[in-house]
Design a protein around this ligand. Structure first.
Ligand SMILES: Nc1ncnc2c1ncn2[C@@H]1O[C@H](COP(=O)(O)OP(=O)(O)OP(=O)(O)O)[C@@H](O)[C@H]1O
Ligand SMILES: [Mg+2]
Length: 144
């Protein structure tokens, strides 16, 4: 069973990548959709109990943000896989500008997550780590 953690600033392509790679196999856990940490915890616990692969599609910028998912997954004997979306601040700002309604967020929000962003390390408990970049609208995945 797999717990997949995405790590990346806003508008870096995480949810798009989820749709391309994980839509048919992994439940998507997303704080923007679930609204509260309490509701998120319920879905994480349920996925682990049901042995259902899942993706945590949040920005997850720091080791502290990632810790609770990694610990819960390990307790449930899930494999933990991280995808680090290489930040491109200017590109993210541009993509955010093209968004409509509530999806469009203030630029300062992107800057603040960028400041907190630390690349994931194997010492956090990841079993596999990948880096995601994008070129001409296509995702390129390499080992981190
Ligand atoms: N590889 C790509 N190349 C160019 N544009 C992309 C790529 N992936 C996604 N986009 C576009 O960039 C925008 C942001 O993508 P997406 O919503 O997937 O980002 P996100 O990381 O999930 O952001 P958030 O953290 O705010 O949810 C979307 O409008 C999407 O169409
Ligand atoms: Mg998203």
């Amino acid at each position: 069973m797999e717990c997949v953690l995405f790590i990346g600033i806003q508008a870096s392509g995480k949810s798009t990548f989820y749709k391309e790679q994980f839509f048919n196999s992994h439940i998507r856990i997303n704080l923007d959709m679930l609204k509260t940490r309490h509701r998120e915890d319920i879905y994480i616990a349920a996925s682990i109990q049901a042995k259902q692969p899942f993706v945590v599609d949040n920005t997850n910028p720091g080791a502290e943000d990632r810790k609770k998912y990694i610990e819960a997954a390990k307790r449930g004997r899930f494999k933990v896989i991280g995808y680090y979306f290489e930040p491109d601040f200017a590109e993210s700002v541009k993509r955010n500008e093209l968004r409509a309604g509530a999806a469009k967020i203030p630029e300062i929000g992107i800057k603040s997550v960028l400041k907190k962003l630390t690349p994931p390390g194997a010492d956090e408990g990841f079993d596999e780590l990948y880096k995601v970049t994008s070129q001409n609208g296509k995702f390129i995945v390499t080992e981190l």
